[in-house]
Design a protein around this ligand. Sequence first.
Ligand code: HEC
Length: 112
Amino acid sequence: MVSAKAVLVRLAMVAVLVAGVGILSTTASADDAATFKAKCAMCHGADGKGSAVGQKMGVHDFTSADVQKMSDAELTDVITKGKNKMPAYAGKLQESDIKGLVAYIRQLGKGK
Ligand code: HEC
């Protein structure tokens, strides 16, 4: 006989797993944060608002409405192909990495 308590514990474990998978698929991972800090923060700043160097080159604040209103496709395009002083990352980053970085930029926009 399985006790009611054991059934509840199992249900809770399933709920936690399902919630965990949901979070992973919609938000940036710790890897994306690490990639951003290693490759982008020197110009864009750890908070996405732009470093002193980046601001001289003309970066825009990732938390601003101007950047957040750009579509995922537009953000992906700039990261892949570059724009003015923004280097192109095609061939340097995997498509999946760039997707994660776009998610990370969205996360910065929400102030997280
Ligand atoms: C050498 C400095 C530099 C580095 C490194 C850099 N960027 Fe940029 N980035 C820029 C500049 C300058 C712009 C603004 C381009 C323009 O509109 O003229 C920009 C623009 C962007 C934009 C478009 C939104 C905007 O601000 O106009 C995105 C998205 C972006 N960068 C993402 C990234 C990501 C992700 C990385 C790391 C993989 C990265 N950048 C690394 C300098 C940099």
